[in-house]
Design a protein around this ligand. Structure first.
Ligand code: WTA
Length: 653
């Protein structure tokens, strides 16, 4: 529930009637199409002006913006700024090794992008081809994304923590023609053998013709017949490459994300609408001003990295920070030492990192000069009150607006967030608060009816289209329609629940489906179950998410085993852990495994995860309605097993 306490901003500004912000807000509410029409013309460089602002029908999942227009995203992110200020710093690469940051100007980034684009072209990558990028946060990774955009290829960045099998699944689904990777990644003082993972992955991916290998470390890696030294090839290419004119609705990138069922889905974003939305939200949600150093510490493997490390800031001509390290390397002062050294003005991070850092002495923050900070932002999961207060008061000295930004891979950019750019804004702790320009949130009840009024909770939908929203799921438009537009016909369903306060502000209450959020990483419990079920001794499993004080949520696995002696149970569990790490990623490995004889099911055979979640959370006295269960005695069994497990756990600690 919303906290009542009001945070008074350091410099509350008096409302200025007729200000730019107010003007935009009014227009976006009164005439959304005219609003988008005017910002699209004002902010983007078009090769050919668009003829129609929008052609959308949410019932069919038809979303199209700026039809007839042509532009190039990389030209908007690079050439436009090179023409005006070539020596302005585009990227500040905060390498893993503290104090070794690298500056890349807009001119340099354009040249690198063109060399990379020409290299791709020379090796047969054409407009419309898909390219997987499996790289650490680095200028060459950003250039790889922009090079794809320049020639009209579609990138799919895969977070470099995913396993070979997860990478292969994505490459297969997208039918990627090329993969761009690094010999190794470096994070928290350790090296990660990325190329080895790619080697394993591409063995099962016949679509891949080439693997381009950049070098982050000195380490030599064995090169196979598909492999090409990226830097060597780039050196041979020209520093100019004409930007391919793209239709507004051509694909820009796809990004795989988890749903409540099935395999990860390739969320598709297109050119103009996505770029415009990323840029506009970047400016207004974070109160970005020209000359600011924008520090979003997300990995480029997630949508936050796409919209607020790369596309939004670069479209606005900002200096954007690429953070390669971790919040605790070499010590828990890393973020704030980086803020001081790079002079970061906007700092955007995840609650999980804040919860980790607030456990350490405040001096890790206080000893660094944070006076450059103007706005703080949080994203990816609900931020709890304690983390919010610490971030606001300790990190921001109570002087910087802290914006809790709600959005999703599917929404392209921030949809609900306080807007410090707004004149006279007030910000309530741990609340996403206000819809962005052109966003129309709606709360729905169980019967699919809109809930009006304030001080109410329901399923969060968005009832009017906006340019940044996803266009489809790659190769499966029906799944797109079913997942997002079927539950509440005519509305986009987010999968989250929300509360609308008395004042009309929004607070996100969490997922309503079987998606969990581990350290801000979104994961379907079904994906973990699928991995576990592959074990020959495991006929059935159920995974639920339970709260964790740092990670937000962690997976808890209920496992039914075939007849195996108890001595080998622990061995099976070890094997299960390896399976999940190999099939998905290390972060997906459940923190808890509980072996049970049976799982509670309804008469129609559906596993009742709601009950399992309560049991796992130690709330078995409050199971709610269990009358639909086929055999209620299963619940007693599971509770007993869980109590036993808990008592063993507490002895261990
Ligand atoms: C959750 C990340 C509460 C939510 C940008 C959403 C949040 C999912 C917030 C999307 C927030 C994101 N408060 N929950 N400020 N931001 N979420 O696709 O459940 O990785 O549906 O996009 O994260 O995760 P995704």
């Amino acid at each position: 529930r919303a906290a009542r306490c009001r945070v008074v901003l350091a410099r509350p500004r008096a409302p200025v009637p007729g200000s730019k912000w107010q003007e935009l807000r009014e227009l976006s509410e009164r005439a959304p199409e005219r609003f988008w029409d005017s910002v699209a013309k004002e902010r983007l460089l078009w090769n050919k002006p668009f003829e129609q602002v929008a052609d959308c029908d949410m019932r069919q999942g038809k979303i199209r913006w700026f039809l007839g227009g042509q532009l190039n995203v990389s030209a908007n992110c690079l050439d436009v700024h090179v023409a005006r200020a070539p020596e302005r710093v585009a990227l500040l690469w905060e390498r893993d090794e503290p104090g070794s940051e690298v500056k890349v100007t807009y001119r340099e980034l354009l040249e690198t992008t063109c060399r990379l684009a020409n290299t791709l072209k020379r090796h047969g990558v054409r407009k419309g081809d898909r390219v997987a990028i499996y790289m650490p946060v680095s200028p060459i990774a950003v250039a790889a994304m922009l090079a794809c955009a320049r020639i009209g290829a579609v990138h799919t960045v895969v977070f470099a923590g995913f396993s070979a099998e997860a990478l292969a699944g994505r490459i297969e689904d997208a039918q990627c023609k090329a993969v761009i990777t690094c010999n190794q990644g470096v994070r928290g003082g350790r090296t990660i053998n990325l190329k080895t993972t790619v080697d394993t992955a591409v063995k099962s991916c016949p679509s891949v013709r080439n693997v381009f290998v950049a070098h982050r470390t000195e380490c030599k890696v064995p090169m196979g017949p598909l492999d090409i030294f990226l830097e060597e090839e780039m050196a041979k290419e020209s520093t100019s490459c004409p930007p391919e004119p793209m239709e507004s609705e051509d694909m820009l990138f796809m990004l795989y994300t988890s749903g409540s069922t099935g395999k990860p889905k390739g969320i598709v974003h297109t050119q103009a609408g996505y770029l415009l939305y990323a840029a506009l939200t970047h400016q207004y949600v974070f109160d970005y001003h020209p000359g600011d150093v924008f520090g979003c510490v997300a990995d480029i493997g997630w949508v936050t990295g796409h919209s607020y490390v790369v596309y939004g800031p670069l479209c606005n001509g900002a200096t954007t920070v690429l953070f390669e390290s971790t919040p605790v390397y070499p010590n828990p002062g890393r973020y704030w030492e980086t803020v001081q050294r790079l002079g970061i003005n906007q700092f955007y991070g995840a609650p999980t990192a804040i919860r980790l850092l607030l456990k350490y002495d405040e001096n890790w923050v206080k000893k660094y000069d944070r006076s450059s900070l103007k706005t703080l932002g949080s994203v990816g999961e609900p931020i709890n009150r304690e983390a919010w207060e610490w971030f606001y008061h300790v990190v921001g000295d109570g002087k910087c607006p802290l914006v809790d930004t709600w959005w999703q891979t599917e929404t392209g950019g921030v949809c609900i967030a306080p807007q410090p750019a707004e004149d006279g804004a007030e910000i309530l702790p741990a609340m996403a608060m206000r819809p962005f320009f052109g966003i129309q949130p709606t709360l729905m009840d169980e019967k699919g009816k809109e809930i009006r009024g304030n001080d109410v909770s329901g399923a969060l939908c968005i009832s009017q289209t906006w340019p940044g929203m996803a266009r489809t799921i790659y190769g499966d438009h029906q799944r797109f329609v079913d997942a997002y537009f079927k539950p509440y016909p005519g509305h986009y369903f987010t999968g989250d629940g929300a509360y609308r306060s008395k004042e009309g502000y929004y607070q996100i209450t969490g997922r309503m489906d079987d998606v969990i959020n581990i350290s801000g990483h979104r994961l379907g419990t079904a994906e973990i179950e699928d991995a576990l079920d592959e074990h020959p001794d495991v006929p059935e499993t159920a995974v639920v998410g339970i709260p964790h004080d740092v990670k937000g949520e962690v997976p808890f696995a209920f496992v039914v085993l075939k007849e195996v002696g108890s001595s080998s149970q622990s061995q099976v569990i070890e094997e299960l852990k390896s399976l999940v790490a190999a099939k998905i990623a290390k972060y997906a490995v459940p923190d808890h495994f509980l072996v049970v004889k049976r799982l509670p099911k309804t008469r129609s055979g559906k596993i009742m995860r709601r009950i399992l979640r309560k049991v796992a959370m130690g709330q078995s006295s409050d199971l709610g309605d269990i009358s639909t269960l086929d055999d209620p005695s299963v619940v007693t069994e599971v509770i007993q097993a869980c109590d036993h497990y808990r008592s063993l756990e507490s002895k261990k600690n």
